[in-house]
Design a protein around this ligand. Structure first.
Ligand code: SF4
Ligand code: SF4
Length: 342
């Protein structure tokens, strides 16, 4: 196996041509807000953080609520392209994570299920359970390539050999599941880029060295002093300003307590409800959600007080997702479908 460079999906559509979407492309699913690490650039390292407009609460999603979520996915007319089990905790701390993968896969409403993990809890037994459950992709986020860096960045005593051994074992048994490994530029010291590639290029389907950027100030945490200067986006492109952020057109989050958030950045615009009160498809296609999408296209990203301070726009842009120059055609389609009135 020789890994592809870049750990993110490359089979992308021209986004402007398919908006508005009755079925979202991506569900950012948060099985838990509990993590066994405290990485120094992550919301987990702060006590001041917010998620879904509320102070950050460390909890797992309960099983009945999870079943309700999967049941509600059948209200979408199409298939969600990807469920990403990640969010602001470590998914493998959830005792039923493999059952969750299985239920998503059996729902028939999800094309791919991925887990983003720190791999410290990826035992041999759990690797087999995840693969048997039908996991399509495991994406590992590293905090270094040595025990010392794990102590510095993740505040974890986990030995590097444990992390590497867990990944190697998954690679040996993974069958059709894809394995990618990514690392932040802040976690590599001089010369360690090469070590990273030597360790993983033959073990993984994809690898990536990524720039860590400041998005958390949207959720009450500013990590600027922990980061390196930006040279490249996660796609390997030069950072650039964008007028419209794609997130609220493509993505929604479900937090462990059942909170629905539009746009993958755990914010609240005012129309959202817990999924126990209003089903997900109803919230995705609600007047409130469409108003928020309209505001992005009419006023631009910079008119929104939180988008203005978020680096997600410039650090996570992709050519196929650019909406610049297409805003009028998208608004016209939204009006024709009576999703918005003006
Ligand atoms: S492992 Fe992930 S979720 Fe946990 S503290 Fe580190 S970056 Fe945050
Ligand atoms: S710019 Fe940032 S805060 Fe605004 S919608 Fe995009 S990701 Fe969310």
């Amino acid at each position: 196996m020789k890994a592809q460079i870049g750990a993110w999906e490359k089979d992308r559509q021209q986004l402007h041509a398919i908006l508005p979407l009755e079925t979202p492309l991506l569900l950012e699913f948060h099985p838990t807000h509990i993590c066994n690490f405290r990485c120094n650039y992550c919301i987990q390292s702060s006590e001041r953080a917010f998620a879904g407009g509320k102070p950050f609460k460390r909890e797992h999603m309960n099983w009945d609520l999870f079943k309700l979520l999967v049941q509600q996915l059948s209200d979408f007319p199409g298939e969600i392209k990807m469920v990403s089990c990640a969010g602001m905790g470590e998914p493998l701390t959830h005792p039923r994570i493999a059952d969750m993968v299985r239920l998503f896969k059996e729902s028939g409403k999800v094309k791919k299920v991925q887990i983003i993990t720190n791999a410290s809890l990826l035992t041999r037994e759990l690797s087999h359970q995840l693969i048997d459950a039908g996991l399509d992709q495991l994406k590992v986020s590293l905090q270094g390539v040595s025990t010392e860096m794990y102590q510095i960045i993740a505040k974890s005593p986990v030995p590097w050999e444990t992390i590497y051994g867990n990944i190697q074992y998954f690679s040996q048994i993974k069958g059709a599941s894809k394995l990618s490994v990514k690392i932040g530029d802040t976690a590599l010291r001089n010369g360690e880029d090469e070590i990273f590639h030597q360790l993983f290029d033959d073990v993984c389907d994809a690898v990536g060295i990524e720039h860590i950027y400041n998005m958390w100030n949207v959720n009450g945490v500013n990590v600027e002093d922990k980061l390196k200067d930006s040279q490249q986006t996660v796609w390997g492109l030069e950072p650039r300003e964008i007028l419209f952020c794609r997130q609220r057109f493509t993505t929604f989050d479900i937090l462990p307590d059942g909170t629905f958030c539009l746009g993958g950045c755990h914010r609240r615009f005012g129309f959202e409800h817990n999924i126990r009160e209003v089903p997900v498809a109803e919230q995705w296609n609600s007047a409130g959600a469409n108003q928020v999408r309209r505001d992005m296209l009419v006023n631009g990203r910079k008119a929104d007080p939180l988008c203005r301070i978020c680096e997600g726009g410039s650090q996570n842009w992709h050519p196929e997702d650019l909406l610049e120059g297409h805003e009028e055609e998208i608004l016209a389609r939204m009006r024709a479908k009576e999703l918005i009135s003006d």
